[in-house]
Design a protein around this ligand. Structure first.
Ligand code: PLP
Length: 466
């Protein structure tokens, strides 16, 4: 019997044409999946189908409320299944990974000791600095083995309650040895949080197999950009602490002098939840599961390797990495082009080639200054300038990132566009805004799409002409 493998899930907007500054247009090439991914077609369709039934959840007796509640709780079950969570793990819907990690940080007992590598995204660096915890940052390791050795050393010397680690770097793409880090944490009496914001969209993640205690993800990176995220994990700390947010839905009973907080998950989901966001995320995970995350990983990692090789061969382009070239990575490629600022490169790729990339420091300043080998005297200077209110030039890079919709043709076009810039320079004039450091084409004749939504540009030009 021949079993057809499922077709690659389609994304909304895959064929959208965008205008270029020369008056032509071309299919948009999205190289910015690491920031936010497009919606899966099936997710958008499911959301549209659900909207006529959308209503309040939980204590609504109305038919639509009951349907909405069932959809919301079904999404919770889909998250639990997708990440192969333990039976009693809590699934809390949040806004995004940042919200999830802040929720966990707020749930920790005062005095909890946390360790994280300085290479983390700010979402997994800053919540631990809130003063109630004792946080140690380990310096950037030169390899996965060094990461393990550094963590082991630290855990042996300093009693630790929580290790907070990313699964895949949003700057350089390396896959961190999560299962081994979890083994070390547990052998030394600590728990571990996996920031799976970048890992989960590109690689299979099983909470049970990796043996991580907590996991944080964002729906908008998982092809469901409707505003929901998740904190998943062991229920005890989350159930013992006061709610992260106080308000309706999180209580059993309230008087003016006392509040009896309810149990999980409601305890940590005060206020009206994002039912549509949760439903969309649940649907996206079902679609990804059906296609198979092993397959996603196999296809994307091979394409990422190809892209890195091709981009690395362009003269005058530096491609950065944290670990050696053989380390497995998701499709995240940070680079700079000699002679151009990262803002200029991003502006040229957009305005002349219709390519979307990200540029700057990617919310990981300590990692970026390490990768770019920024001098400590320069860092002192940058900090001083910010304090004085003058915007310094901050070192950074351009980041191209791949996802479910990226094709080899996209990669080839992107690399050819960078090569063209190197060989021939920009074909348009660009001006840098000294306040923001952003470059933009001057003039910029690209027409905007008509969306049925009023943009801030339309509002300000209406205000100017009135
Ligand atoms: C590794 C990592 N962690 C956390 C975050 C924060 O995600 P969000 O902005 O969705 O909260 C990001 C976002 O880029 C990320 O890449």
């Amino acid at each position: 019997m021949v079993v057809d493998s499922p077709a690659r899930p389609r994304l909304v907007g895959e064929d959208v044409e965008v205008p270029l500054v020369d008056g032509s247009s071309r299919r948009y090439v999205n190289m910015d999946y690491a920031a936010s991914s497009p919606t899966l077609v099936e997710v958008a369709q499911a959301v549209q189908g659900f909207m006529p039934y959308y209503s309040s959840v939980h204590r609504g007796a109305g038919f639509k409320s009951q349907v909405s509640t069932a959809v919301y709780e079904g999404a919770r079950a889909a998250v639990h299944a997708f990440f192969r969570a333990r039976r009693d793990d809590a699934v809390i819907f949040t806004r995004n990974t940042t919200d999830s990690i802040n929720l966990l940080a707020e749930s920790l007992a005062p005095g909890t000791s946390v360790v994280a590598f300085a290479t983390e995204h700010h979402a997994n660096l800053l919540p631990w600095q809130k003063g109630r915890h004792h946080v140690t940052y380990l310096p950037p390791p030169a390899s996965a083995d060094e990461a393990l050795a550094r963590l082991e050393d630290h855990l042996r010397q300093a009693p630790t309650d929580l290790v907070a680690v990313t699964g895949a770097s949003n700057v350089t793409g390396e896959l961190w040895p999560v299962a081994k880090l979890a083994g070390l944490a547990h052998a030394n009496g600590a728990r571990i949080l996996l920031d799976a914001a970048q890992l989960a969209p590109h690689y299979p993640v099983s909470v049970t197999d990796l043996d991580v205690d907590y996991l944080a993800v964002s729906g908008h990176k998982l092809y469901a950009p409707y505003g929901a995220g998740v904190l998943l994990g062991r229920p005890d700390w989350l159930a013992q602490s006061d709610p992260y947010m106080r308000g309706g839905g999180a209580v059993d009973f309230v008087t003016t002098t006392e509040v009896l907080w309810t149990s999980l998950p409601d305890r940590q989901e005060a206020g009206s939840p994002n039912v549509v966001g949760a439903a969309a995320l649940g649907k996206a995970l079902e679609v990804l599961q059906r296609y198979g995350m092993e397959r996603v990983a196999e296809e994307e990692l091979a394409l990422a390797e190809y892209a890195r090789g091709q981009l690395g061969r362009v003269p005058g382009v530096d491609v950065y990495r944290l670990w050696d070239a053989g380390a497995p990575r998701i499709g995240v490629l940070p680079f700079n082009v000699h002679g151009y600022s990262y803002g200029q490169v991003a502006a040229v790729l957009s305005a002349e080639y219709g390519i979307g990339v990200r540029h700057g420091c990617f919310c990981a300043h300590p990692l970026m200054v390490h990768v770019l080998q920024v001098d400590s005297s320069d860092i002192v200077q940058i900090r001083a300038s910010f304090r004085q209110g003058t915007r310094p030039k901050v070192p950074g890079a351009v980041r191209a990132s791949l996802g479910l919709g990226t094709t080899k043709e996209d990669v080839d076009y992107f690399v050819a566009s960078v090569s063209n810039l190197v060989a021939h320079g920009p074909r348009w004039r660009y001006v840098e805004d000294p306040r923001t450091g952003e470059s933009s084409p001057q003039p910029d004749p690209r027409p905007w799409p008509s969306l049925g939504l009023t943009t801030n540009r339309e509002r300000s030009s209406a205000a100017e002409s009135s």
